[in-house]
Design a protein around this ligand. Structure first.
Ligand code: TMP
Length: 223
């Protein structure tokens, strides 16, 4: 269903401040599928966007991604590599895009480090807070979709979808429970930018919920 909002012509507001929108969730929650919905809403609204991901988004960060997804390493190395990749990504992609007036859609961002390295691996929060301050400064997403899903259902989906998973996807249920808890704790303190999506619903319902949430944010940002 088209919401009347889209009749509002954003092209008449060319200087609408660009925003950073992120997607988060445990592996198998299906977040990446819904980038299509977000892209469509922004395109229909006449807003320029750029899609990217973490870890990744630059040649260096993609190289670091393949290392962290495949090589055995300590939790600290993993954390530092995630933040090294993020530094390159923020410097070369996210900040320049926002400065050019493009909206940025990132499949994961800093919240994932709190969830996976903090919750999942047990890295101390104060270390993550220092790295966050050092690497991203005050840059925060304007809107974060958290695709929340029970780890058992996520596992079923992962098993259905692909062959042997990467180093994270091969983790056990208790790891993903801790990651989910890490997201919960992180978002409890950041309700303003959070949109929780029940990722256990049918794909079409999830997509409708994402569309509706984004459109109501656009209305709010326009005021
Ligand atoms: P993806 O499969 O969603 O592209 O993400 C790759 C993996 O990287 C996923 O299992 C989550 C993990 N990850 C972290 O552990 N910490 C981070 O900061 C980020 C961005 C991703």
């Amino acid at each position: 269903m088209n919401v009347p909002l889209l009749a509002t012509n954003y092209n008449e507001i060319p200087d609408m401040q660009p925003r950073l929108i992120t997607l988060e969730g445990i592996d198998g929650a299906g977040k990446s599928t819904h980038l299509t919905t977000i892209r469509q809403v922004l395109t229909d609204a006449g807003l320029p966007w750029l899609e990217t991901r973490e870890p990744g988004g630059t040649p260096l960060a993609e190289t670091l991604r393949s290392l962290v997804l495949s090589q055995p390493m300590t939790a600290l190395s993993e954390t530092l590599l995630m933040f090294a990749a993020r530094h390159d990504h923020v410097e070369r992609v996210i900040c320049p895009a926002l400065a050019r007036g493009q909206w940025v859609l990132s499949d994961r961002f800093v919240d994932a480090s709190y969830a996976y390295q903090g919750g999942g691996r047990g890295v101390a929060e104060k270390q993550l807070v220092s790295l966050e301050a050092w690497v991203v400064g005050s840059l925060q997403p304007d809107l974060t979709f958290w695709f929340d899903l029970d780890p058992d259902e996520a596992r079923l989906r992962l098993n259905r979808g692909r062959g042997v998973g990467d180093r994270f996807e091969q983790e056990q249920r208790d790891f993903f429970e801790r990651v989910r808890g890490g997201y919960q704790r992180r978002f409890q303190e950041r309700p303003d930018r959070l949109c929780v999506i029940d990722a256990g619903q049918a794909e079409v319902e999830v997509s409708a919920q994402v569309k509706q949430a984004l459109e109501s944010r656009l209305i709010k940002w326009l005021r």
